[in-house]
Ligand binder design. Structure first.
Ligand SMILES: Nc1nc2c(c(=O)[nH]1)N[C@H]1C(S)=C(S)[C@@H](COP(=O)(O)O)O[C@H]1N2
Ligand SMILES: [Mo]
Length: 255
């Protein structure tokens, strides 16, 4: 499935929302970084109907600067949910259909690590599973206009980055995937407590369609910043871009 780029209406909604924000500095910051997913999450409004849009714009205009500073703090936590709220079945999405999901062989899989890191050894799945694991139930928001709640388990990404001796002052972490997809994130997001090197979905080995053998789950970012089938991770100071980012999607992609 090919994604449609922003519908003109969506651009108008975002422009209006940004216009409601009192501080010129924050307005400048948000221009180009606020997304519809972000607006949905911020205001809790359904933006698919005009009533929802009205309410969202009203709510935005009521945020004071202090609240805004908290909302856009890179350390702020994404909401978590009860397991009973999980979306079943969880949607599948990729730049192709379900029939073309890559089949990665578990035994020969090695996660490559390169760039500004002390330890460049490639990781087996068994080695990744031996690292400390946590579970979290969060909402995944796709720019195509849907969101869904899921439970993902794996290694807190900051634990992994420290384990490989990554230069934590570097600017970017980039990801290359088995299906040719790629994306990258800023170091504060990579070190965010909820950013996860994900090995399970709903307490089971990550199924092929959701990114076997591993994905990076980033609940503070939109869906396209959550790479599936990751096979290489690199730390760098050169802007790496990404599959959708190179076609005009916002690189920050915050949710
Ligand atoms: N490797 C890879 N990762 C990817 C994509 C992709 O096409 N290939 N699509 C992204 C997008 S746009 C979304 S919404 C989510 C969908 O993840 P899901 O199938 O678990 O719902 O994967 C993201 N990560
Ligand atoms: Mo997406």
């Amino acid at each position: 499935m090919r994604k449609r780029l922003h519908h003109p209406d969506q651009d108008i909604i975002l422009k209006e929302a940004i216009g409601q924000i009192a501080s010129p500095a924050r307005r400048r910051f948000l221009t180009g970084s606020l997304t519809l997913g972000g607006l949905t999450l911020l205001t809790g409004c359904d933006l698919t109907n005009s009533q929802g849009v009205e309410t969202a714009l009203e709510r935005i205009s009521r945020f004071n600067d202090k609240a805004q500073a908290w909302l856009f703090d890179p350390k702020r936590l994404a909401p978590t949910y009860a397991e009973s709220m999980m979306t079943r079945p969880f949607p599948f999405n990729a730049f192709y259909g379900l029939d073309r999901v890559p089949r990665v062989d578990a035994d020969s899989f090695r996660l490559e690590v390169s760039g500004l890191v002390a330890d460049r050894h490639a990781w087996t799945l068994a080695e990744l599973r031996a690292l400390p694991q946590t579970d979290q139930v969060t909402r995944h928001i796709c720019v195509e206009g849907w969101s869904a709640i899921g439970k993902w388990g794996g290694v807190p990404f900051h634990v992994f980055l420290k384990r490989i001796g990554a230069d934590l002052t570097a600017q970017y972490v980039g990801f290359k995937c088995a299906d040719g997809y790629h994306t990258s994130i800023d170091m504060p997001t990579a070190l965010h407590p909820q950013t996860q090197l994900t090995l399970t979905y709903d307490s089971e080995t990550l199924p092929a369609r959701y990114g076997f053998p591993m994905k990076i789950r980033i609940p503070t970012k939109l869906g396209y910043k959550n790479p599936k089938h990751v096979q290489a991770i690199f730390v760098t100071n050169s802007y790496p871009g990404g599959y959708w980012e190179d076609q005009g999607y916002n690189w920050f992609g915050g949710s």
